[in-house]
Design a protein around this ligand. Structure first.
Ligand code: B3K
Ligand code: ZN
Length: 844
């Protein structure tokens, strides 16, 4: 397969003035007629006229009305063209009903829909399918479906046809078309300049009752972007469509966002609090793309983080404002460590701005998205809030309508702040997670912190240069009072010291407050000092981190030395858990242990080969010890978290439920599932029902509840996804692979639906000790299904290959088993480019 390099970027030889598409829909033979005005691009070197096109049947091509015979290749077509402007026309035939890859134009439950990012438009018609070619689109849809939607504003319609015009020039990846038997949940929004916008959420008949929350989230997002970033919506209409078969969460097509139905449909009975929060965040994310992504897009796909990192950063700000900023920060760091750190520290490690790819869809990663957002957070921390605001204003002013680069982005900050960001730019080019170690010194009232940074080598990058690290530090005196409030130290060297003078006693340092840089902190702190921070730190993140650190240390000792649970930590934690003045959501986070995969990573980093069974056993022992120590506290807490008002997914109620359910899982260890069964029977919302079911599964007392749940929800696809997922994720390790396999034999295991596939196979990978079963049964099952899925949906198969990304950290036996499965996948005949690239990187 061919590799594309950032350094090879060349502009396209023509500009597109406008695009007219006529799409005549038919499941097996859709005709797409294009009329495109090309004119030579004065800024481009001479080149052949080449248009991308894949899996298209060319019916006819013409230039200025005269038929031509282009040279066809599997990737597109080449043609001789006039030296001046010309009108290009083609007619192609495609078969949406046969498109199981869910890229281009495809069908989901009888409905036509599209997914074009990154390179899917070329499966709809011949086109320069690259983000720096921007054009206005006029689209005519012909077909007998009652609803026909495309980008922009509706201009005209009649019996069997509808026409749309999008006045904003856009790259083809933002093209969208939806047609089907759909119903809308309507809404309206008045923008800050008084423009009326029609809003709709389009769903299949029967799902109308699950749209109200999404609509409110959309309006809240529109208001927030006006208030915080000064960004106003720019069309007369904004449509969202829910689709059941979708490879990702959602897609920001101009004026026509398409969502995986799991990321927009919500009701208290069918969605958990976590679902509600995620839906709110994804709706915001896609809406925010209208400015960061659509109005300002990417010059090429290497610049993906320009839109994704920034938009993730913006949606996290939104969630922080809508809910609790502290809880959001802790949750984001948990997620970063669970998904991005393993990526950055294994064979798939790549820079936030990658420099080469075979299949760009493989780079929609936690590194591009989440680390990309962390980089923006650091930039804001370094320049300050006000300067960030000014830089963003300049970014929108200078680059509106552009296909921009990371260089453009950084230049805006340099020009508006006068800072030199050349060293900061390493965050975009250097892969891997920096390790930060610290030593402390105190003498004569002066406290000195000395930091050392070092980034281990990653694929293709053996030598690492020091990066700019904003290190937020606060100092507490021995009574627990803060003597130096949060200060951002700017570290630029490999080793660097910072001093604080005029102190009356040796302080306790709270370092990397708010997780001010995405690094691994190697800090040898005494347990006593961590308990002190757990009790006194004014920074919520570091309070949580202190406890997390104690839990990690305790589990490390349990696994490596057979030590018992750290009762001093459990008692210190109890003080926090009991503190009714603290946000229940924060206390719920405090109750969670580090994940088993995080522990495996920590052991590996400390030179110990992780044994998944030993890690699982230690975590179980520790949780049992917590439950026993708090046996009288648990019922009290359960009572205190009871919600008596009607259900609301807001932060206040969901925080209470989160704490109550964290407590329930401990209580289940004492009563074998009695309280969980009672909660399951009484539940009137999915949060309470599902968490009770989860407890029953971990207690091995789930049979009746699973059957009852299935009877109740068998007709609701999204709820049944939860049922499939939970029984694999929450079961004992030895049952995970057998249960996943049994589930794949059910008639409702519709494996071509990405949500259902992920529910089973993704959950298997989440069950750490289950996936890593010593006999290799977890690996084998997953590999078999990836091979099967590759033939139908390479994109989803390739994404899931990343569950093998930590394979080299385990013992020789497990390594050999995983390697054999990866090799088996690699040997599959006709393996897709997507999976082939992933497996190649994993094995290299
Ligand atoms: N931009 C899309 C992702 C497209 C996925 C391409 N394989 C969703 C998002 O980040 O908002
Ligand atoms: Zn995005």
């Amino acid at each position: 397969p061919q590799t594309t390099y950032l350094s090879d970027y060349t502009p396209f030889g023509w500009q597109v003035a406008d695009v007219h598409l006529t799409v005549k829909l038919a499941p097996k033979a859709t005709r797409v007629v294009s009329r495109i005005h090309f004119q030579p691009n004065p800024n481009a070197p001479a080149q052949d006229f080449f248009l991308h096109g894949e899996e298209l049947k060319l019916i006819r091509a013409a230039i200025d009305g005269t038929e031509v015979n282009p040279e066809l290749t599997p990737q597109g077509l080449r043609c001789d063209v006039p030296s001046g402007p010309f009108l290009w026309e083609t007619e192609v035939e495609i078969a949406p009903a046969e498109n199981t890859a869910l890229e281009g134009l495809y069908m989901s439950n009888g409905m036509y829909c599209t997914q074009c990012e990154a390179e899917g438009f070329r499966k709809i018609t011949y086109y320069p399918d690259r983000p720096d070619v921007m054009a206005t689109f006029t689209v005519r849809i012909e077909g007998d479906t009652p609803v026909k939607l495309s980008n922009g504003n509706p201009t005209d319609s009649g019996e069997g046809w509808a026409e749309w015009h999008d006045p904003w020039p856009k790259p083809a990846y933002l093209f969208a078309l939806v047609a089907g038997d759909l119903v809308n949940h309507p809404g309206a929004f008045t923008t800050m300049s008084g423009k009326e916008v029609e809003l709709n959420i389009w769903v299949r008949p029967g799902d109308e009752g699950k749209c109200a929350f999404g609509m409110e989230a959309l309006k809240a997002s529109m208001t927030w972007d006006e208030e915080v970033y000064g960004r106003e919506y720019d069309l007369d209409i904004f449509n969202i469509v829910a689709v059941d078969d979708f490879n990702m969460g959602a897609m920001e097509n101009k004026g026509l966002n398409i969502f995986n139905s799991s990321c927009v449909l919500a009701s208290p009975e069918t969605s958990t609090d976590a679902n509600f929060e995620r839906i709110e965040a994804i709706i915001a994310h896609e809406y925010f793309h209208n400015w960061t992504g659509n109005r300002i897009t990417c010059r090429d796909w290497f610049q993906l983080c320009l839109k994704e990192g920034l938009t993730v950063y913006r949606d996290s700000q939104f969630t922080s404002d809508m809910r609790s900023a502290e809880v959001k920060r802790i949750s984001d760091v948990i997620d970063l460590r669970a998904r991005q750190f393993p990526e950055d520290q294994g064979p798939l490690s790549h820079p936030v701005r990658p420099e080469s790819f075979q299949e760009i869809n493989n780079f929609y990663t936690a590194t591009v998205y989440e680390k990309g957002a962390e980089v923006i957070g650091m930039l804001k921390r370094l320049v300050g809030d006000e300067a960030y605001g000014k830089a963003l204003d300049l970014y929108f002013e200078r680059h509106d309508g552009d296909a921009a680069t990371i260089e453009d982005w950084l230049r805006v900050f340099e020009d508006s702040t006068g800072r030199d960001l050349s060293q900061f730019k390493r965050w975009y080019s250097q892969s891997g997670t920096p390790h930060l170690s610290i030593s402390e010194d105190y003498a004569d009232g002066t406290f000195t912190l000395t930091f050392k940074q070092e980034t281990p080598p990653t694929p293709g990058q053996s030598d690492k240069a020091p990066q700019v690290l904003p290190i937020a530090v606060g100092l507490l005196n021995p009574n627990g009072d803060e003597v130096v409030p949060t200060t951002v130290l700017e570290m630029t060297d490999a080793e660097q010291s910072f001093s604080f003078e005029g102190l009356s006693a040796k302080p306790v340092a709270s370092i990397l407050r708010g997780f001010s840089a995405p690094v691994v902190l190697d800090r040898e702190t005494l347990a006593e000092e961590k308990r002190f921070l757990l009790a006194h730190d004014t920074d919520a993140f570091n309070r949580w981190e202190a406890s997390r650190d104690l839990a990690r240390g305790c589990l490390f000792d349990m696994v490596t030395e057979g030590a018992g649970p750290d009762m001093a930590w459990i008692d210190a934690l109890e003080q926090v858990i009991r503190d009714g003045d603290l946000d229940p959501a924060f206390r719920a986070l405090m109750l969670a242990l580090p994940t088993q995969s995080e522990l495996a990573q920590m052991l590996h980093a400390k030179g110990v080969t992780p044994d998944p069974d030993a890690i699982h056993a230690a975590a179980e022992t520790l949780r049992n010890a917590m439950a026993e120590r708090w046996s009288s506290l648990l019922p009290e807490l359960m009572a205190a978290t009871r919600v008596t008002e009607g259900y609301s997914p807001d932060a206040k109620q969901s925080g209470k439920r989160a704490l109550g359910n964290a407590v329930l899982s401990l209580q289940t260890r004492l009563d074998g599932g009695k309280a969980a069964q009672a909660q399951f029977d009484a539940a009137d919302n999915m949060t309470m029902q599902l968490s009770a079911l989860s407890c029953l599964i971990s207690a091995g007392a789930e049979d009746a509840a699973l059957a009852a749940f299935e009877r109740q929800w068998k007709d609701d696809r999204l709820v049944m996804d939860k049922w499939f997922a939970l029984q694999v994720a929450a079961t004992k390790p030895e049952s995970a692979a057998p249960r996943a396999e049994a589930l794949t034999k059910r008639p409702d295991f519709d494996w071509k639906n990405p949500n259902r596939f992920r529910a089973v196979m993704g959950s298997l990978a989440m069950n750490h000790a289950g996936f890593h079963a010593k006999d290799g049964s977890g690996y084998r099952l997953l590999a078999e299904w990836l091979i099967k899925l590759d033939g139908k949906n390479p994109q989803t198969a390739a994404r899931m290959c990343s569950v093998f990304q930590t394979w080299t950290r385990y013992d020789a036996g497990r390594q050999a088993l995983m390697k054999a499965e990866l090799e088996r996948i690699a040997a599959k005949p006709d393996l897709s480019r997507d999976v082939s690239e992933m497996v190649g990187r994993l094995l290299s």
